[in-house]
Design a protein around this ligand. Structure first.
Ligand SMILES: [Zn+2]
Ligand SMILES: [Zn+2]
Length: 395
């Protein structure tokens, strides 16, 4: 085993420049969710250079298949490939800025692809050591519902390939390169969304008694929603109800006819999400009926929660310890309230997801995910590619 790891690390160093150049190329050429046509073509080209078989169960994205020694072991490694519909900023990445206005890799998926392509090189070099089969998943549309992870699991392709375990990573600006963060059990939240319209009766601002003021009712609803987590949930159950946008009215002296609220609910189980949904509706109904107003309420289910399998987490920790040592593995005590569509795979296969440190002052890469200045410290590739290759080879 020790021998393997030296080789894996050396190979990650050998392919470091390749991963950096690949990431920068992909960064320059971002494509938004489910429109990753050129990106897919590029990945297929890179995999074919290594004589890796490629399948395309969805319109964009692809899966590389590496066959090792005969065995029923099938391990899947997943990278997401979509960019965000935004423009970017920041001197640190100026030389490889997006050349496609309105699209930018500000969530690090460019790096996830480059990392997995580096893993593909390491694994094909060591193909005779692999037991069973490895699937390299380049998944489209992580950022957009219904989620590429959902479409891929629903396609049945991975089930037919006999996947036994799946692993994925996300670059983390909050952790320095050379470290990772991991946790067994609840890891990332279930993000649902809601849309509400409160329909009152508009009129002159000076004659409120002749109107049903939806602004006052919306204010009441926003405040009461904040009592759901504090009064209706078990205090040890983490949850968030956030109203992210409030829209009503047009000017100083008119009471508008309606008000609109949209926002997100973050939980770690469908039961908790269902309870919050039910309480929101009860609150709205009470407020609207009490005032003679009407309402509409739509609750859109997002991704499930990312819940890491204990056994897979142990294997991940063991693979990481071989690369960076126990001291550089951050054992998270609490999960994150952000969501990830990696959760869909974990509904079907045991798996583990982890954060790979990519934040440093040198690379100006401590900006949060989705910030226009978001960037990664490319040294993360040395750790990321070694751990992922180790997950396949350290068995
Ligand atoms: Zn993102
Ligand atoms: Zn992301």
């Amino acid at each position: 085993m020790a021998g393997y790891n030296t080789t894996i690390r050396e190979k990650a160093e050998d392919y470091f420049d390749y991963m950096v150049q690949t990431r920068r190329y992909l960064h320059k050429n971002p494509e938004v969710s489910f429109k990753e046509y050129d990106t897919t073509e590029y990945i297929i080209h890179e995999l074919k250079k290594l004589n890796i078989d490629v399948e395309q169960p969805l319109e964009t994205g692809c899966i590389g298949i590496i066959e090792g020694k005969p065995s029923d072991k099938v391990i899947a490694l997943r990278a997401d490939i979509d960019a965000l519909a935004m423009d970017e900023e920041g001197d640190a990445k100026k030389e490889f800025f997006s050349e496609r206005p309105g699209a930018a890799h500000c969530c690090g998926h460019d790096a996830h692809m480059a990392n997995l392509l580096g893993v593909a090189r390491i694994l094909t070099d060591m193909q005779q050591e692999i037991e069973g089969k490895v699937l390299l998943i380049f998944q489209p549309g992580e950022e957009k519902l219904p989620g590429g992870g959902r479409l891929l699991t629903e396609s049945g392709f991975l089930q037919k390939q006999g996947v036994k375990e799946i692993y994925g990573l996300h670059m983390s600006p909050a952790i320095e390169p050379g470290k990772i963060a991991v946790k067994s059990g609840s890891f990332m939240a279930r993000p649902d969304e809601f849309e509400i319209e409160i329909i009152g009766k508009g009129g002159h601002a000076a004659s409120p008694h002749q109107t049903v003021d939806p602004v006052v009712l919306a204010a009441e609803a926003i405040t009461k929603f904040q009592t759901i987590v504090s009064r209706s949930l078990d205090p040890t159950e983490p949850a968030v109800v956030t109203v992210g946008r409030v829209r009503a009215g047009s000017t100083y002296n008119v009471i508008p006819g309606s008000a609109e609220l949209i926002g997100t609910v973050r939980t770690f189980s469908k039961d908790t999400a269902d309870l919050i949904k039910q309480r929101m509706e009860q609150i709205l109904k009470g407020i609207a009926e009490g005032a003679g107003a009407a309402y509409s309420f739509q609750f859109n289910e997002g991704y499930p929660a990312v819940v890491n399998d204990e056994n897979c987490t142990d294997k991940l920790v063991a693979a990481a310890a071989n690369v960076i040592g126990e001291a550089n593995i951050i054992r998270m005590e609490r999960p994150l309230m952000a969501g990830e569509d990696f959760a869909f795979y974990q509904q079907v296969f045991p798996g583990a997801f982890f954060f790979l440190g990519s934040g440093s002052d040198e690379a100006d890469s401590k900006w949060s995910w989705h910030h226009p200045r978001y960037n990664i410290d490319e040294k993360a590739f040395l750790t990321g590619a070694s751990i992922m290759a180790g997950l396949v080879l350290d068995r």
